[in-house]
Design a protein around this ligand. Structure first.
Ligand code: NAD
Length: 445
C-alpha cells in the first residue's frame, strides 16, 4: 500500500522501523510506540451568535508518557480528524525526546474553519472544548499549547476555563499563554527561532554567506513569519512566501517586515485571524504553493501543513537544503526520493522543536513561580537547539544515515534509556526478541 492510501499516522510510524537498527530500544517498546496510549473524541456544543446550537468534533490524543507528562498543541482546522491528531501526537513524543525535554507526546484539535467564527463564538468553542477534556489534561498529566489557527488569546481562555473548573489558578496546565496570564517571554517566535538556529548550524557547516542564499518559505503564520524575519535580518534573501491563498516571489528578495505588516494589517481588531493574504501584494510575482515548493532556491522551509512534499513532486524539488518548520511536511515516500537525490533535510522533530522547548520553559516558570528574562530564554533555547542539532548531525555522519533517520534514532535512544531505567519491561519480558544495543556505542547522552 502506498502512503497516499495509508493514513497519515500509519505513514508517520514507518520512520520507527527505518530508525530501529540504529537505536537502543527493544522491539516491544518500539511496537508500543506504534499505538497511542489514549485517545479521546468529544462533541463540543457551542451556542452560536444567531442562537443556534452547533456541535463540533474535538480530539485529544496522548501518545506516550514514558518520559513525562504528555505535551502537544491544539489545532483548529476544517481537516482535523483522529488520524491526523494521532500522527501529530506521535511526532510530539519523538520531538520532546530529541530535544531532551521531560515530556511525552500529545496533540489535540477541533474540526472547524475558525476564520468563519465571531470572536465570541471562538471563545465559547475554546472554553467548551476544555470543559469536555478537563479530566484528561493537567499540569502533571497532559499539557496542551498552540498549533495551527490557535494563538495566545485562545490559550488564555483555555487556562482560565480549566482553572474555573478545578477551582484553582492553574497556569501550568497550558502553554503559549499571553504574558500577563503566565506566558513566557520568547514563546511567540520560539518555533521559528529554533528553526533559524538550525539554519545557522547548517550555515556554519557549509560556510554560507547569508547574502548568497535564496530562501523560499511555505506558509506565513507564526512559524513562517518568525523564521523569515530572522533570516531577513541576517541578510538572507527570502525570495518567496505563501499562505493558504497563494504566494509571492521576488528574485531580489522580499521586504519581509513590510510583508508581515501588510498581512497583519488585515487582521480585524476583534478577530484572531488575518482576512488578507500575502498573495495580494501584487507588486511581487504571484505564485502558487506548488510552484513555491519547486523554486530554484538554496533553502526551502515548509512551514504550513503536512504532506506538502510527496511522491508526485519530490523529484521536482530543487532546493538542496530543506528545514521543516511544519509538522510532517514530507511523506515517507518523498523521504526516499529526496535522500536518493542527496537533499539535506533537517526534520520536523528537530527543526521545529523550539516551540515545545520554550513551552517547557513556560511550564517550568509557572511551576516555580519565577520568571525568566528574554535573554535567558533565548540562551537556553539556543543551547538546546545547537546541542541537539549536533547530536543528530554527528549520528547521521557516523552511521551514514540521513538526518531524519538519525533524529528518530536519537529520540528512540532517549525513550529506550527511560524504559530501561524503569526496569519493569526487562524484568517481566522474555529475553528473546531483544536486540543488542548499538545505540550505546554512539555515546550519546
Ligand atoms: P498558523 O496558524 O500561525 O499559520 C498557518 C499558516 O499556514 C498560515 O499562514 C496559513 O495561511 C498557512 N496555510 C494554511 N493552509 C495552507 C496551504 N494549503 N498552503 C500554504 N499555506 C497554508 O500556524 P503555525 O503555528 O505557524 O503552524 C504552522 C506549522 O508549524 C504547522 O504544521 C504546525 O503544526 C507547525 N508547528 C507549529 C508550532 C507552533 O509553536 N506554533 C510548533 C511546532 C510546529
Amino acid at each position: 500500500m502506498s502512503n497516499q492510501e495509508d493514513g497519515i499516522f500509519q505513514d508517520a510510524i514507518k520512520r520507527l522501523d527505518s530508525a530501529f537498527p540504529y537505536a537502543d530500544i527493544d522491539e516491544e517498546p518500539l511496537e508500543k510506540l506504534k499505538h497511542p496510549k489514549a485517545t479521546l473524541e468529544v462533541s463540543i456544543p457551542v451556542r452560536m451568535d444567531d442562537g443556534r446550537l452547533q456541535i463540533f468534533d474535538g480530539y485529544r490524543v496522548q501518545h506516550d508518557n514514558t518520559r513525562g507528562p504528555t505535551k502537544g498543541g491544539i489545532r483548529y482546522h476544517p481537516d482535523v480528524n483522529m488520524d491526523e491528531v494521532k500522527a501529530l501526537a506521535f511526532w510530539m513524543t519523538l520531538k520532546c525526546a530529541v530535544a531532551g525535554l521531560p515530556f511525552g507526546g500529545a496533540k489535540g484539535g477541533i474540526t472547524v474553519d475558525a476564520k468563519t467564527l465571531s470572536h465570541m463564538e471562538l471563545e465559547r468553542l475554546s472554553r467548551s472544548f476544555i470543559q469536555q477534556i478537563a479530566d484528561f489534561i493537567g499540569p502533571g498529566i497532559d499539557v496542551p499549547g498552540p498549533d495551527m489557527y490557535t494563538n495566545e488569546m485562545i490559550m488564555g481562555w483555555m487556562m482560565d476555563e480549566y482553572s474555573k473548573i478545578k477551582r484553582q489558578h492553574t497556569p501550568a496546565v497550558i502553554t503559549g499563554k499571553p504574558i500577563p496570564l503566565g506566558g513566557s517571554l520568547g514563546r511567540a517566535d520560539a518555533t521559528g527561532r529554533g528553526a533559524y538556529y538550525c539554519i545557522k548550524q547548517i550555515e556554519n557547516i557549509n560556510k554560507w554567506n547569508p547574502r548568497d542564499i535564496r530562501v523560499a518559505v511555505q506558509g506565513f503564520g507564526n512559524v513562517a513569519q518568525s523564521v523569515a524575519l530572522l533570516l531577513y535580518n541576517d541578510g538572507y534573501k527570502v525570495v518567496a512566501v505563501s499562505d493558504s491563498q497563494g504566494g509571492i516571489f521576488n528574485e531580489q528578495g522580499l521586504d519581509i517586515p513590510r510583508v508581515i505588516c501588510g498581512k497583519n494589517e488585515t487582521k480585524a481588531l476583534n478577530t484572531a485571524y488575518c482576512k488578507g493574504s500575502v498573495a495580494h501584494f501584487m507588486n511581487n510575482g504571484a505564485i502558487t504553493n506548488q510552484e513555491l515548493l519547486e523554486l530554484d532556491v538554496d533553502l526551502l522551509v515548509p512551514a504550513a501543513l503536512q504532506n506538502q512534499i510527496h511522491a508526485h513532486n519530490a523529484e521536482r524539488i530543487k532546493a538542496p537544503y530543506i528545514v521543516e518548520g511544519a509538522n510532517g511536511p514530507t511523506t515517507s515516500e518523498a523521504d526516499s526520493i529526496l535522500n536518493s537525490r542527496g537533499k539535506f533535510v533537517a526534520p520536523d522533530i528537530l527543526a521545529n522543536a523550539g516551540g515545545v522547548t520554550v513551552s517547557y520553559f513556560e511550564w517550568v516558570q509557572n511551576r516555580s513561580g519565577i520568571s525568566w528574562t528574554l535573554e535567558e530564554v533565548h540562551t537556553r533555547l539556543r543551547t538546546i537547539m545547537d546541542t541537539e542539532f549536533h547530536n543528530v548531525y554527528r549520528l547521521a555522519e557516523r552511521r551514514g544515515i540521513d538526518m531524519r533517520c538519525a533524529a528518530y534514532a536519537h529520540g528512540l535512544n532517549r525513550i529506550g534509556v527511560a524504559i530501561q531505567s524503569l526496569g519493569t519491561h526487562r524484568y517481566f519480558s522474555e529475553p528473546h526478541g531483544q536486540k543488542a544495543h548499538p545505540g550505546h556505542a554512539d555515546g550519546l547522552d
